[in-house]
Design a protein around this ligand. Structure first.
Ligand code: SF4
Ligand code: SF4
Length: 477
């Protein structure tokens, strides 16, 4: 053995209750350390670089075979290297194919609500809504099948504006897609996020019959919801939305229905909002999206509010943890997703499927990185007629994959965060390739919190993952 060099960027040590754990950053795996593991790791972390003689001196009196075994384990995990430079965590990848599984159709730029914080740059009032033509939707499906002919299952997402304000197109697309995919021996599923106001019993039954994955945008109890989610006339929409959501939840059987909450200035009471949406309204899951970037700075959470939001998320996360220890799932999507990522040992090279597994088509048939970019100044990547601009899209994704000279290169949550949402960076820094640096510390704190909960749950109630995480994954297909 020459010198051993500790690689701090690959190891993150966490205490979970009484247990000493190692979070292996490259693989997002968690290992329990015994006393000797802990001592060896602590010694290497303290010294940074050690010679054989240093190890012998420090562990004199211990069985050398035991110490050698611990060192071998750390070498295998690349937590120490024996002289050569550490291997690249991800060899440079050239992206040549776009294995699309999902196509997002922006069926109407119009929305019947006028939420004060809405980020959509192509948003129109209902009368001015620009609607997608059926022909464009069919060409989008052609593109999906052309780019990924060999998949077993595909997802079509309807987005807007308010997607249900172009219901005839949605119905036509479903009538076209179901027999088409069935004839190919493939599955197709449909998803939409709605403000719920246009739902009625007949429509709910139709959506249910076609097993739509539904998410309702709702911001909590009346006082909070009505702060921003208003009608075009400026009135709060809570009463209408709550009534429609209750009707929907009473009838919908095919899949669990979730709520998505936008947290903005003045809307930060995470636990209160969750309690209302989960227990009073009855959603299966509630997910939170904090707004930290955007043109309308008045709606962005400031530093203090963002801190409050993350404290609220952790407080609700502790409730999630307590209930999960008893085998119950409280339906807190952000926490549930983090548990799923850790359980599956998901190591992300890119933050999301935008541009790789998913593209968004705007009403004119232009291809965008994802639904949040339609109508923006961001570069587009072809059209449903001309196909994907492969060179440009590859170049964008390859630039984000390259973490050289970015803070993400050594960040301990780099394979869970992967630089964060492109749109957040676009809105905050006008550069979607820039990592979302503006709340890294809070994200790291949140993930550390999640690692603690995961470590405890997997040790004390592992069946929770089979009972509650695995079915969620199947449901989201
Ligand atoms: S954006 Fe920040 S938190 Fe995310 S991986 Fe990069 S440095 Fe880490
Ligand atoms: S870029 Fe951001 S908004 Fe778009 S799909 Fe990815 S995470 Fe979602």
């Amino acid at each position: 053995m020459g010198y051993l060099h500790f690689q701090p960027q690959n190891a993150h040590r966490v205490r979970v209750e009484e247990r000493d754990m190692l979070f292996h950053v490259p693989t997002t795996s968690l290992f329990e350390l015994d006393a000797l593991d802990g001592e060896v790791l602590g010694f290497l972390a303290e010294k940074g670089q050690v010679a054989e003689a240093d190890v012998r001196d420090r562990f004199a009196g211990r069985d050398p075979a035991d110490v050698a075994e611990k060192l071998r384990g750390l070498l295998d995990l690349e937590i120490v290297t024996d002289g050569g430079p550490p291997k690249a965590e991800r060899p440079a990848i050239r992206i040549e194919n776009f294995p699309l599984s999902t196509i997002v159709l922006n069926v109407n730029t119009g929305c019947n609500l006028a939420c004060s914080y809405c980020y959509k740059e192509d948003l129109d009032t209902p009368s001015k809504g620009r609607k997608m033509a059926f022909d464009t939707a069919v060409k989008s499906i052609d593109l999906l099948l052309k780019e990924s002919p060999d998949r077993d299952s595909y997802n079509i997402v309807f987005f807007g504006g308010e997607p249900l304000s172009n219901l005839p197109l949605i119905k036509d697309v479903v009538a076209h897609a179901e027999p088409r995919f069935a004839a190919l021996g493939k599955e197709v599923s449909f998803t939409l996020t709605t403000n719920a106001t246009l739902l009625n019993e007949g429509l709910v039954d139709w959506l249910d019959a076609h097993r739509f994955g539904l998410t309702v945008s709702m911001d909590g109890p009346k006082a909070l919801h009505d702060l921003n989610r208003k009608t075009v006339g400026g009135k709060g929409s809570y009463d209408a939305v709550a009534a429609k959501a209750r009707m929907l939840l009473a009838r919908y059987r095919s899949r669990p229905v979730g709520a998505r909450v936008t947290l903005t200035a003045g809307v930060t009471a995470v636990e209160e909002i969750w309690d209302h949406l989960k227990n009073d309204i009855g959603f299966a899951e509630v997910g939170f999206s904090p707004v930290t970037s955007g043109d309308m700075t008045a709606f962005n959470l400031d530093g203090t509010e963002l801190l409050e939001v993350f404290e609220g998320m952790k407080s609700l996360g502790r409730r999630y943890h307590r209930e999960a220890l008893e085998g119950r799932n409280i339906g807190f999507s952000n926490m549930h997703q983090l548990m799923q990522d850790l359980w599956e040992g998901r190591s992300k090279a890119l933050p999301c499927g935008a541009g790789v597994g998913m593209l968004a088509v705007d009403h004119e048939g232009t291809l965008n990185l994802c639904h949040r970019f339609t109508g923006s100044e961001m570069e587009t990547y072809g059209t449903v007629d001309s196909g994907v601009k492969r060179k440009e899209l590859s170049s964008f994704l390859e630039s984000r994959l390259d973490r050289t000279d970015k803070g993400c290169a050594t960040c301990r949550i780099r394979n869970l965060c992967a630089g964060g949402c492109y749109h957040e960076s676009y809105a905050h820094f006008s550069d979607p390739l820039m990592p979302a640096y503006h709340y890294c510390d809070l994200m790291r704190d949140w993930v550390d919190f999640g690692i603690g909960v995961y470590g405890d749950l997997i040790a004390t109630n592992p069946s929770y993952f089979h009972d509650h995480i695995a079915p969620r994954r199947a449901n989201n297909k």
